[in-house]
Design a protein around this ligand. Structure first.
Ligand SMILES: CC(C)(COP(=O)([O-])OP(=O)([O-])OC[C@H]1O[C@@H](n2cnc3c(N)ncnc32)[C@H](O)[C@@H]1OP(=O)([O-])[O-])[C@@H](O)C(=O)NCCC(=O)NCCSC(=O)C[C@@](C)(O)CC(=O)[O-]
Ligand SMILES: NC(=O)C1=CN([C@@H]2O[C@H](COP(=O)(O)OP(=O)(O)OC[C@H]3O[C@@H](n4cnc5c(N)ncnc54)[C@H](OP(=O)(O)O)[C@@H]3O)[C@@H](O)[C@H]2O)C=CC1
Length: 408
């Protein structure tokens, strides 16, 4: 019995299929619903859970926008790496980066990178592009109509923009490009600025309205078209894709550092020459022969741990895993950089409103409005730190040892 609600009775009803799991919240309140669903899952699986019921999140808030059929919360150990000194346009100073992971040695590695970078004057970071995309598939009757549609879109961009932007205050349609044609189908890639939100809900809603408008306007001209699907996989959302690598998506970030040779030797226990060689043979040639879209060692590790800690959409880790690492001996040391063309991040909306994730954003001074670009710069610097440390460890022959000691 919880707050005069008999949980066992609800579970019985669930087992008898007299009520559906997602109907409990409105009938019995979110907290009771969470407990009843968890007990129901326990009965079905014959497992008594002890840990997933321990959390401080407000179920009502979570169930409003972030989860359905909630039964509890999963805890991921949270560590931090830093301080890391960052010379960004928006992120300036020293930052401690929260990271959620279960991979032993990862935080130690990023921490080492932060430490060296800070000793060498900090990471220089810039966001070089910022946008979010949605590309529907629009079916026409023939390639002739497909071309007419493409031309109509190009000629009427201003009107389409006005319609799309009527759905949002912060979403701004900046271009529809490329507009690809395959057979009689058209794939226009709608590209928006989305403020401090990652933007996928925003651009999806705006693109739907734009598509309805285009359909009705072309009908007036006697051309019948049909939006087959609002997402036609040219966006490209949540899949690694060359178009995102080339055109960029989310925030496109470059982070770089120059390390004096003595620091490479003292702190990474290797040489610039060895790091340059590992980077060329592994990240560039190795990635090329395997047709990888990630010309890097471990962007996904740092992006993943940071995304989980700060409430980013975890499926976007696949996009954030793409990018190119460069390492060049300069005679007196090492120039090292990471380029992440596709980092969808937010400081408003989505998972950033969940209490624990919000706290992690607050630790970085990145919660709320006008913080997304700053957050992206910090993410770029953290990736630089992790990548530098791992390439250093590979060059020094320390990878297996590190994971034997810290990860098993
Ligand atoms: C493990 C280290 C850092 C040791 O590195 P080290 O240089 O032997 O350690 P150290 O004791 O001399 O300390 C140096 C710095 O490391 C940090 N550090 C050192 N120990 C800790 C610790 N316990 N906790 C927190 N921080 C630690 C710390 O910052 C310290 O500096 P200080 O702050 O003292 O001036 C190094 O060997 C390393 O970075 N190895 C690489 C490990 C790594 O990057 N793993 C990532 C996952 S691998 C993977 O998943 C992807 C992969 C590899 O499959 C992808 C691919 O195919 O390439
Ligand atoms: N729908 C889909 O196809 C997909 C959805 N997702 C999910 O979408 C969610 C993220 O969508 P997203 O659109 O980013 O977030 P939200 O849906 O949370 O929308 C952001 C909201 O914040 C408002 N807002 C207030 N201040 C700002 C500001 N400074 N900058 C930007 N927006 C502001 C926006 O208002 P206004 O719009 O009026 O500006 C909007 O209402 C995640 O949960 C993700 O998992 C992920 C992939 C695909």
């Amino acid at each position: 019995m919880e707050n005069n609600v008999n949980i066992d009775e609800i579970v019985e009803k669930l087992l008898k299929k007299e009520i559906k799991v997602y109907q409990l919240d409105s009938k019995f309140g979110e907290r009771n619903a969470v407990i009843a669903r968890r007990k129901y899952v326990e009965k079905l699986s014959n497992v008594e859970t002890r840990h997933i019921q321990e959390y401080t999140l407000d179920e009502k808030l979570a169930m409003q926008k972030n989860i359905e059929n909630m039964i509890g919360a999963v805890q991921i150990p949270l560590g931090f790496a830093g301080p890391i000194s960052i010379n960004g346009k928006y992120a300036q100073g020293e930052f401690n980066v929260p990271l959620a992971t279960t991979e032993g040695a990862l935080v130690a590695s990023i921490n080492r990178g932060c430490s060296i970078i800070t000793k060498c004057g900090g990471a220089t970071v810039r966001v070089i592009d910022d946008k979010m995309t949605r590309a529907p598939i629009i079916k026409t009757n023939s390639v002739v109509d497909a071309l007419k549609l493409k031309e109509w879109i190009l000629d009427n961009f201003a009107k389409i923009k006005e319609i799309a932007e009527s759905t949002t205050r912060h979403g701004k349609l900046i271009q529809i490009s490329p507009i690809l044609i395959v057979g009689r189908n058209v794939y226009p890639r709608f590209t928006f600025k989305t403020g401090d939100a990652m933007g996928m809900n925003m651009v999806t809603i705006a693109t739907e309205k734009a598509c309805s408008f285009i359909e009705s306007e072309l009908k007036k001209e006697g051309i019948i078209i049909d939006t087959v699907a609002l997402s036609g996989n040219v966006c490209v959302d949540k899949k690694p894709a060359a178009i995102n690598l080339i055109e960029g998506r989310g925030k496109s970030v470059v982070a770089e550092v120059f390390l004096k040779e003595e620091y490479v030797e003292k702190y990474l226990k290797t040489t610039s020459k060895a790091i340059e060689q590992v980077n060329t043979y592994k990240n560039l040639i190795g990635s090329a022969i395997s047709s990888s879209l990630g010309f890097n060692a471990q962007y996904a590790n740092i992006v993943g741990a940071l995304f989980l800690a700060t409430g980013q959409d975890e499926a976007h880790i696949v996009e954030g895993s793409m990018g190119i690492t460069t390492a060049e001996c300069t005679g007196d040391g090492l120039y090292f950089s990471v380029t992440l063309p596709d980092l969808p991040v937010a400081t408003i909306g989505g998972g950033t409103r969940v209490e624990t994730q919000r706290e992690c954003l607050e630790i970085l001074g990145c919660a709320g409005a006008e913080k997304a670009v700053k957050f992206a710069e910090i993410a770029g610097a953290a990736v630089l730190a992790g990548e530098l440390s791992l390439i250093g460890a590979l060059a020094a022959g320390h990878l297996a040892k590190a994971h034997s000691e810290l990860g098993r």
